[in-house]
Design a binder for this molecule. Structure first.
Ligand code: KG4
Ligand code: ZN
Length: 352
C-alpha cells in the first residue's frame, strides 16, 4: 500500500545568511502548492558598515527576528501555529551559526507542536522559487542558478531530479558582481549597486575577458574577470571615479554575456524549450532582458521568480519543502536532533 500524497500547511524558515525569512505554504491535492503569507527581515543595513556579512551578528539578529516574523506570517494568513503540519528549515549550505538558529527554532516548534520537521537545501529553494509565481514553469527545464555563492546550469526533470550540466570552477557570478563592486568602492552587497551604476555607463568602454565563453562545455569561471576589473581600476587611478559607471557597465556586460551564452548552449545541448533563472543575480535587469530577447528569438519560454523572491526568503524554503513532500521524494520526521550543513552539495542532499 502506498501512502497518500502529503496535503497540509508547511511553515518554512530561512536563516542561512543575512536574511531571516518565514512563510506559510499550503499543499492541496493535485495543485501547485500555494503561498499563503511570507515575511522577511534583511540584515543588509546592519552589515553594511562592515562591508560584508559578520556571521556572529547575523546569528544574533536571526534569533531576534524569527519568532516575530513567524507570528506575522500566521496573522497575515489567519492561521494559528497548531494548524501547521510540517515545519521546514534551511539545513544548508550557509553560515553555520545562522543555520543553527533556523534549525533550532524549527525543531523546537516541531517538538512543541508534535509535528514533523524537514531540512531543505537552500539551492533547491532557489531552484523551485519560480513555482511561487503566477505563471509557474512545467518540467522539464534548464535552470540557471545564479546566487551569491553558486553558479550552475542544471537539467531539471522533476522535483529532486536535477542533473548538473555545468558550474563555476572558481567564483560565482554573484561574487564577481560583489567583488568588482567592492573594488569600485560601492556598498555591500555590491551586485544591485553595480547594476544600478551600470545603467549610466557604456558597456563597450572597457574590453574585459569573457572567461570560458568558448570552452566547449557549460562550466563558468569568474575569478579572472575580477582580476581584470582590478587591473583596469588601478590603471584608471585617479580617473576611476569619473569612469566608474563605464567600468560597472563593462563588468556587467561581461558577466551577462557569459551567463546568456552558456544558458543558450545548455538549451541547444538538451533540446529543451524552457529556461528557469533563479537566485539573487536573477534579479539583474540586463540579464533578464538579454535572456528574454535571445530566448524569444528561439521560441524558448523563460521563467523567473518574482523580483522580490529572487534573493533569499522563507517562501522558497516552504515551497521546496512543500513540493518535495507533495511529490513524495521526502518525508518530514519527528527526530528533532538536528544538524546543519554549512557546506552541502545539492547532489549529495538528494542522494541522502
Ligand atoms: O541568492 P542570493 O540572495 O544569496 C545566496 O544564496 O547567495 O544572492 C545574492 C547575490 C549577491 O551576490 C548579490 O549581489 C546578487 O545576488 N544580486 C544581484 C542583483 N541583486 C542581487 N546581482 C546583480 N544584479 C542584481 N540586481
Ligand atoms: Zn540564496
Amino acid at each position: 500500500m502506498t501512502d497518500s500524497p502529503f496535503t497540509g500547511l508547511v511553515l518554512g524558515i530561512e536563516s542561512s545568511c543575512d536574511e531571516t525569512g518565514v512563510a506559510l505554504v499550503e499543499v492541496r491535492a493535485g495543485a501547485t502548492p500555494m503561498l499563503l503569507a511570507h515575511a522577511l527581515h534583511s540584515q543588509i543595513d546592519m552589515h553594511q558598515a562592515y562591508g560584508g556579512v559578520v556571521p556572529e551578528l547575523a546569528s544574533r539578529d536571526h534569533i531576534r527576528r524569527v519568532l516575530p516574523l513567524t507570528q506575522s506570517v500566521l496573522t497575515q494568513a489567519q492561521r494559528d501555529l497548531a494548524q501547521v503540519d510540517v515545519v521546514a528549515y534551511t539545513r544548508g549550505p550557509g553560515l553555520a551559526g545562522a543555520l543553527l538558529v533556523g534549525a533550532g527554532v524549527a525543531c523546537a516548534l516541531g517538538a512543541a507542536l508534535g509535528k514533523p520537521v524537514l531540512g531543505v537545501h537552500h539551492l533547491e529553494g532557489h531552484l523551485l522559487s519560480p513555482f511561487l509565481s503566477a505563471d509557474p514553469p512545467e518540467f522539464p527545464f534548464i535552470a540557471l542558478l545564479v546566487s551569491g555563492g553558486h553558479t550552475q546550469l542544471m537539467r531539471v526533470d522533476g522535483v529532486g531530479r536535477y542533473d548538473i550540466l555545468g558550474e563555476t570552477i572558481d567564483d560565482a557570478a554573484g561574487e564577481a558582481f560583489d567583488k568588482s563592486a567592492k573594488l569600485m568602492g560601492l556598498p555591500y552587497p555590491g551586485g544591485p549597486w553595480l547594476a544600478q551604476l551600470a545603467e549610466q555607463g557604456d558597456s563597450a568602454a572597457f574590453k574585459l575577458p569573457r572567461p570560458l565563453l568558448h570552452s566547449g562545455n557549460l562550466d563558468f569561471s569568474f575569478a579572472g574577470l575580477k582580476t581584470a576589473v582590478l587591473t583596469q581600476a588601478k590603471k584608471l587611478g585617479s580617473d576611476l571615479p569619473l569612469r566608474k559607471a563605464d567600468l560597472a557597465a563593462s563588468t556587467q556586460a561581461a558577466i551577462v554575456e557569459v551567463l546568456c551564452a552558456k544558458s543558450l548552449a545548455a538549451l541547444d545541448e538538451t533540446g529543451l524549450q524552457r529556461l528557469v533563472v533563479a537566485g539573487g543575480v536573477g534579479a539583474n535587469r540586463q540579464l533578464r532582458s538579454q535572456l528574454d530577447a535571445a530566448c524569444a528569438r528561439r521560441g524558448v519560454r523563460v521563467h523567473y521568480p518574482e523580483l522580490h523572491l529572487c534573493t533569499d526568503n522563507g517562501a522558497m524554503i516552504a515551497m521546496a519543502a512543500a513540493m518535495r513532500l507533495a511529490a513524495g521524494v521526502a518525508q518530514a520526521d519527528t527526530a528533532y536532533a538536528f544538524d546543519v550543513k554549512p557546506r552541502w552539495a545539492l547532489a549529495s542532499a538528494l542522494a541522502a
